[in-house]
Design a protein around this ligand. Structure first.
Ligand code: NAP
Length: 309
């Protein structure tokens, strides 16, 4: 779904696409419930409360409740040891009513991220952070994708932007956004350049790009003057500047040069949570169906005397 302003780029808005996805997810949830006798289940593990995490968490739980997903969080205090955290992940892996597990980042500095990520069952890793899922993506196989990277490419696909054969530049090479977005664009047959903080002549790379995906966490990194006229810009960045949320792209200048651009807020962000729900449905459908619990045998009736009718 897009809107455009005369003389400026089409706005690629994530909200309407997210609404469409949620409608489809609600139907999938109802079907799953009918066949399995329970709703799909999501658990978010939080280690130590911090305000941004809680906002993110509330948004996920609200989104899940609206479509009938059984979502909840498991909370450990900020002093929890790595062993306790990995044990909590292990318990969620084993829980038959939990289909998807998300570990809320950042973790306290005393806990090794890698140890926690490795503990997640890849079949429940709906945000695609386990090395197995990263490897599947790298090989072009079907695994769970990091939701943000998936959303960044999905917004292009669902907006009818041609990707095949185009020059794409991804700015950022993180494991959760930049690299998976680059691999997804390669899978869609774009020719992809990945830029990062050590890239020499970032502007030169951006100037050649038909599609620019920016995920650097650096407000104003890409300006309209850097863009090829008619380029499509996906701004993944989320930064707070003077109390306002802005992306990594200088929107005011970019919107006059690009042919299409995602706004921040309102672009990739709203789509990310909806995409995560589709991953949960997929995980739930892949979990082995478990037979309903065997009804317990009726308790022997007390012996009666004098005729038992
Ligand atoms: P990250 O782990 O900090 O990675 C940032 C990447 O950008 C790194 O690869 C870094 O290069 C590169 N970079 C930083 N400054 C740069 C510069 N001046 N020029 C070129 N490259 C530069 O961040 P992330 O987790 O990938 O997140 C990226 C952005 O997306 C953040 O703003 C984050 O808030 C946002 N985000 C949005 C969503 C959403 O749903 N929309 C979800 C997650 C994250 P090096 O590798 O060389 O350090």
């Amino acid at each position: 779904m897009t809107t455009s302003t005369p003389g400026s780029a089409r706005l690629l808005e994530g909200g309407p696409i997210a609404d469409e996805i949620r409608l489809a997810v609600a139907e999938d949830v109802a079907r799953f419930r009918d066949t399995r006798g329970r709703p799909p289940g999501l658990r978010v593990l939080i280690v130590g409360k911090d305000a941004p995490s809680m906002v993110y968490l509330e948004r996920i739980l609200r989104g899940c409740a609206k479509v009938g997903i059984d979502a909840d969080f498991v909370e450990l205090d900020g002093e929890a040891t790595e062993g306790r955290v990995t044990a909590a992940v292990g318990a969620l892996n084993e829980d038959p009513v939990v289909d998807g597990v998300i570990v809320q980042m950042p973790l306290p500095p005393t806990i090794r991220l890698r140890a926690v990520i490795d503990a997640i069952d890849p079949a429940k890793d709906i945000d695609g952070i386990h090395p197995l899922n990263a490897g599947l993506l790298r090989l072009g196989y079907d695994g769970f994708l990091p939701a943000t990277a998936h959303a960044a490419v999905e917004i292009l696909r669902r907006s009818g932007i041609e990707i095949e054969g185009r020059e794409a530049v991804v700015i950022g090479r993180s494991a959760v956004v930049g690299m998976p977005a680059a691999f997804l664009l390669v899978k869609e047959d774009a020719t992809v350049t990945v830029c990062h903080s050590r890239t020499i002549d970032l502007a030169g790379h951006v100037a050649r790009a038909d599609i620019v995906v920016v995920a650097a966490g650096h407000p104003g990194l890409v300006t309209g003057a850097m863009l090829k006229p008619g380029a499509v810009v996906v701004d993944v960045g989320i930064n707070v500047v003077d109390g306002r949320i802005v992306g990594d792209v200088d929107f005011a200048s970019a919107v006059t040069v690009a042919s299409a651009i995602t706004p921040v807020p309102g672009g990739v962000g709203p789509l990310t949570n909806a995409i995560l729900l589709t991953h949960l449905i997929r995980a739930a459908e892949r979990q082995p169906a478990r037979p309903p619990a065997t009804p317990t045998a009726p308790a022997p009736r007390p012996a009666t005397f004098g005729g038992d009718r």
